[in-house]
Design a protein around this ligand. Structure first.
Ligand SMILES: Nc1ncnc2c1ncn2[C@@H]1O[C@H](COP(=O)(O)OP(=O)(O)O)[C@@H](O)[C@H]1O
Ligand code: SF4
Ligand SMILES: [Mg+2]
Length: 325
């Protein structure tokens, strides 16, 4: 039995903007085991990043986490002080951000940035920190790490910078690594190398990974389970193979339909007509109803509950599993 590493219960995160209240994460629950990879998939604006930032307790004004619990190894992160969170962030739980290439400091060398993280979290001598920084760069596949550690971010290619960020994220052997669309800016070959690397690390440390992506082909090769988000809510969850064999939600089927048939290309979720609704004024009934081929009166009126149609599966749809011809 794997231990539960992260358990999110009924999380509600909202942004109070001038235009109204954005229901970015609307009562979601999910869990992740040790050494497990959970894929979180959905179009842009579905609440994936806000979910991850809530776990990191990095939601800023005008945002607020308004409900639920985020249990990490059984302890509620929402009850921790900011000081306690600073100890957890970057050490036990780390995140490679969506716009991560800009999250490196241009004025510090890569080695200075890695050793800062090490200095904050671990008791190592200066010499040990630098030795470890070189070792980490080697681990993430950066050639000539003894030289590279002294270079500035602009001297690195995009793929190298992403590797350096992963080196930083794993520098203190985290138990949970959150990757928010980590390879969107990279080409497919480098993307594959990065995922191989994360896979190795996952095996080596039994690290849990929370992978946010647009790309269902990445999920197929890398993740154990998948959560599909739509308009701030989880609409489907399944083990990867079950999801691909038999997607139950019309939205998931739409996403799978948008995977290109040939290998090599990046799958983009752009083939479902229409767009994610405005999270300030959601439609009544099912959030997906304006775009759903199967929608009927009931869908427009009543919101479908998240049900458990089988082992490890959840789906929120009145017509789950129907294809509608
Ligand atoms: N700082 C913010 N202020 C207002 N709204 C925000 C803020 N951050 C995110 N949102 C809104 O929350 C919703 C979910 O965003 P996000 O989690 O970034 O989506 P995803 O990562 O799935 O593309 C979006 O409607 C987005 O506009
Ligand atoms: S509940 Fe209705 S509108 Fe929503 S996804 Fe299912 S069939 Fe479509
Ligand atoms: Mg995002």
């Amino acid at each position: 039995m794997t231990e539960v590493l992260l358990r999110i219960e009924d999380l509600v995160t909202r942004f109070y903007t001038e235009l109204g209240v954005v229901k970015a994460v609307d009562g979601n629950s999910l869990h992740l085991g040790e050494g497990e990879s959970l894929g979180v998939v959905g179009e842009s604006g579905s609440g994936k990043t806000v979910t991850a930032l809530s776990v990191m307790r990095l939601i800023e004004n005008p945002g607020r986490i308004e409900g639920g619990r985020i249990l990490f190894r059984g302890e509620d992160l929402l009850q921790k002080s900011e000081r306690q969170m600073q100890r957890i962030r970057g050490k036990d739980i780390t995140m490679v951000f969506q716009d991560s290439l800009s999250s490196l400091n241009p004025t510090l060398t890569i080695g200075e940035q890695i050793t800062r993280v090490l200095r904050f979290h671990l008791r190592l001598s200066r010499r040990e920190r630098w030795r470890r920084a070189v070792e980490l760069l080697r681990q993430v596949g950066i050639p000539e790490p003894e030289q590279r550690v002294k270079h500035y971010p602009h001297q690195f290619s995009g793929g190298m910078r992403q590797r350096a960020l992963i080196a930083m994220a794993i520098s203190c052997s985290p138990q949970l690594l959150i990757l928010d669309e980590p390879t969107t800016a990279l080409d497919v070959t480098i993307e594959a190398q990065i995922f191989e690397l994360v896979e190795e690390l996952k095996r080596a440390f039994r690290m849990g990974t929370f992978l946010i992506t647009h790309d269902l082909s990445v999920v197929a090769t890398f993740c154990d389970r998948v959560v599909i988000m739509y308009a701030g809510k989880i609409v489907e969850e399944a083990p990867v193979t079950a999801l691909y064999d038999r997607p139950l939600h019309p939205y998931t089927r739409g996403l799978l339909g948008s995977i290109p048939p040939l290998e090599g290309g990046k799958a983009r979720l752009d083939s479902i007509p229409g767009e994610v609704p405005d999270l300030i004024s959601l439609p009544p009934g099912c959030n997906f109803s304006p775009r759903c081929r199967l929608a009927d009166e009931r869908c427009w009126r009543e919101e479908p509950p998240l049900e458990h149609p089988g082992p490890g599966r959840r789906v929120a749809c009145w017509k789950a599993g129907e294809t509608g011809g």
